[in-house]
Ligand binder design. Structure first.
Ligand code: SAM
Ligand code: SF4
Length: 330
């Protein structure tokens, strides 16, 4: 089979596969409290997810990250992880997931047994009150227990933190120090204009260029050669002995080496987190025609834009894209 390569000659080797749009938190920058979720019938079945993943592996994808919504709220999620875990070493190099950590304590052993070695856990604060304000739910102790359980059974944990002006801004150095003390790498992310929320993301937009300047007054940051296959640029911090990633979609564009595509829980293939180009893989799957999925993948390669066009520099401006991050899973 021909490997997937886009029109800018970028090989597509990394798939982020959303298994549900549902979530047990309501992070204020991600979705409104009264989020409308998809009817279950529209979401791909376990078998369809497996077939899709296999088609991508057959065309050169080597890394799959399961995401959502919250992937661990889907009931048959562990069955999917087991099915995809069997592909590790047969074309697939790595199977990972991004989770809010709420159910991680329960599922960490099953994830590890299925072949997962690393998990990304989203944690914006270690302050219980701020956690409840940001996620509109109580749950910090559950998430921290999830992180501890994953570590205890040998899963590598990487933390993802959205940097938010006036919210977790002051806590970022202590959060980084704590993460490194626990042996976890941590990556900061700029908030992106995806989907309507209550309020204006501009109010809490914090450019990571400013965060980096402040951290450099505290610590010695040296650029690291580490690459994760994702968009983060990494720095080693001498004083904490850990690694810090920065994902800066707004302040500096990272599209040149993009190797990623995303599939929503309904089987829409999005060629760019920040673009509209999409192809309906569910229709191809359900058509029952041999070769329909492969030709849909070929069509999609033409739609990958050279770069995203995010901006978040004006108060009151509508989101760049109507779809929420929980549709494509980040
Ligand atoms: N529910 C899981 C979680 O929170 O890790 C997986 C899906 S979530 C959409 C993936 C990542 O996207 C999380 O780290 C979250 O903080 C981030 N995210 C959500 N909305 C965002 C936005 N508008 N801008 C930047 N990051 C966002
Ligand atoms: Fe849920 Fe993740 Fe969105 Fe938070 S960021 S509401 S945990 S999908």
């Amino acid at each position: 089979m021909t490997p997937l390569v886009d029109t800018f000659k970028r090989p597509i080797t990394y798939l982020r596969l959303s298994v549900t749009d549902r979530c047990d938190l309501r992070c204020a920058y991600c979705m409104p409290e009264r989020m409308t979720f998809l009817p279950k019938a529209e979401v791909l079945t376990l078998e369809e997810l497996r077939m899709l993943a296999q088609a991508f592996i057959g065309r050169g994808v080597r890394k799959i990250r399961l995401t959502g919504g919250e992937p661990l709220v889907r009931r048959d999620m562990i069955d999917l992880v087991h099915a995809l875990g069997r592909e590790i070493g047969n074309g697939l190099d790595e199977l990972t997931l991004t989770t809010n950590g709420m159910r991680l304590a329960e599922f960490a052993p099953a994830l590890r047994d299925a072949g997962v070695r690393r998990v990304n856990v989203s944690l914006d604060t270690r302050d219980a009150q701020l956690f409840a304000k940001l996620t509109r739910r109580d749950g910090l102790s559950q998430v921290l227990a999830g992180i501890a359980a994953a570590k205890a059974i040998g899963l590598e944990v990487k933390l993802n933190t959205v940097a938010l002006k006036g919210l977790n801004e002051a806590e970022l150095p202590t959060l980084i120090q704590w993460a490194h003390g626990e042996g976890h790498a941590i990556t900061l992310i700029e908030v992106m204009p995806l989907g309507e929320i209550e309020g204006d993301r501009f109010d809490h937009y914090l450019p990571l260029s400013a965060v980096r300047e402040r951290l450099e007054r505290l610590w010695t940051l040296s650029p690291s050669g580490h690459r994760s296959g994702g968009p983060a640029r990494y720095f080693d911090i001498r004083e904490t002995g850990g690694r810090l990633g920065l994902i800066t979609p707004l302040t500096s564009n990272f599209c040149d080496g993009c190797n990623r595509v995303r599939v929503s829980a309904t089987g829409q293939l999005f060629m760019c987190l920040g673009g509209e180009g999409q192809v309906d893989l569910r229709a191809a799957l359900r058509s029952g025609e041999a070769g329909a999925l492969d030709s849909a993948l070929d069509r999609a390669m033409v739609l990958k834009p050279e770069r995203h066009a995010f901006r978040i520099d004006r108060r009151g401006e509508a989101p760049a894209l109507a779809r929420h991050m929980s549709v494509t899973g980040g």
